[in-house]
Design a binder for this molecule. Structure first.
Ligand code: ADP
Ligand code: MG
Length: 325
């Protein structure tokens, strides 16, 4: 791509900072050089977004940046890792300076906010596609896995569920109205629950971030841990905005199986619930108990004495609703 080096220098040379001080050499050489802190494990994850698949064509650079980095960092949160640095693979159809400025400015703001540094990447020409590979640290052996849930553990989620699915609906159907800005904000600006993850990590037995829908992602914990779950749908945390817009039944359905909430779902033994509540006493993100782990495999919804088995069908990027084309 002509001007590739200028583009990197102008937009991507100085983004974010690494709070762990592990980055020795950043953007500019053939590779970045990292010195791992003593007694830490490196935790790595990559996320890709394609225009027309993960976001509508014509989405502003700042919205793409927040969706991209937020979703990628959410995976680090799910492992209770502290973000350190990231790389960015950018495929651009052209070099639109307005889009690039908005993208890199927002990326820099978020990178500073979350203490993560852009240390390298790759820039090519083609249909707009963005990949972010995030790297974080956990104390050695302390990464929070999907496999530790036991029967009797309580199941918790952070924040509210279903908003992002609501935001997607407003985009797909070009809906306007009072609740739309909030719901679209929830779709484009996921807040990785990094601080919450560090607070719950001492008590949690398993965790995942909700990207494909609560049922689908909880099911990953259940399979990895070889257990089942009983959920109380009446306890699902649903925002006033979503409930007001689509009502209780549709909100619940989206809370259970709408995608891209980027909230955490985690389990913890019932015995540590008071300690968990104490650890979260001044925290500004809601953490709600929505059910418990059972020995019997599968997921059931339990409400008003009724027990309803459900399939862990989640949101699917290759289904119609997931595609903006
Ligand atoms: P090479 O050809 O040796 O792979 P490049 O010319 O692709 O190197 O990149 C030059 C430098 O710019 C490298 O340090 C690379 O990591 C960095 N870089 C390239 N694209 C990006 C990007 N989109 N964001 C951040 N750094 C980038
Ligand atoms: Mg090289």
């Amino acid at each position: 791509m002509t001007g590739e080096f200028e583009l990197i220098r102008d937009y991507f040379a100085d983004i974010g900072g690494d709070l762990s001080g592990s980055v020795q050499l950043s953007v500019g050489d053939d590779c970045a050089v990292i010195t791992p802190p003593a007694h830490q494990d490196l935790v790595v994850s990559i996320d890709t977004m394609v225009e027309g698949v993960h976001f509508p064509s014509g989405t502003s650079g700042d919205r793409v940046a927040s969706r991209l980095l937020g979703a990628a960092l959410s995976d680090l949160a799910a492992m209770a890792a502290s973000p350190a640095f990231f790389t960015l693979a950018l495929t651009l159809p052209d070099t639109d300076p307005v889009w690039l400025k908005a993208f890199s400015t927002r990326l820099a703001e978020l990178a500073r906010q979350y203490g993560v540094q852009l240390v390298g990447g790759d820039t090519t020409r083609g249909p707009l596609t963005l990949s972010v590979q995030v790297h974080g640290w956990t104390p050695a052996g302390k990464a929070l896995l999907r496999s530790g849930a036991s029967p009797g553990d309580r199941i918790f989620v952070t924040g509210t569920l279903g908003d992002s699915r609501g935001g997607l609906e407003t985009l797909l159907n070009n809906i306007h109205g009072e609740q739309v800005p909030y719901l679209q904000h929830r779709f484009f600006c996921p807040e990785p629950r990094l601080d919450t993850a560090l607070l719950i990590a001492p008590f949690a037995t398993a965790a995942i971030d909700i990207s494909d829908g609560l049922l689908a992602d909880l099911n990953h914990i259940l399979e990895a841990s070889q257990v089942g779950a009983m959920l109380n749908p009446g306890e699902l945390p649903i925002s006033h905005e979503l409930r007001h817009w689509v009502g209780e039944a549709q909100s619940r359905q989206w809370a259970l199986s709408g995608g891209e909430d980027f909230e955490l779902c985690f389990t913890a033994p019932a015995l540590v619930e008071p300690k968990l509540a104490w650890a979260l006493r001044d925290h500004n993100v809601a953490v709600t108990c929505i059910g418990q782990i059972s020995e019997t495999r599968g997921i059931v919804l339990a409400e008003d004495g009724q027990i309803l088995p459900v399939t862990p069908q989640g949101y699917n990027h290759f289904s119609e609703t997931g595609n903006f084309r």
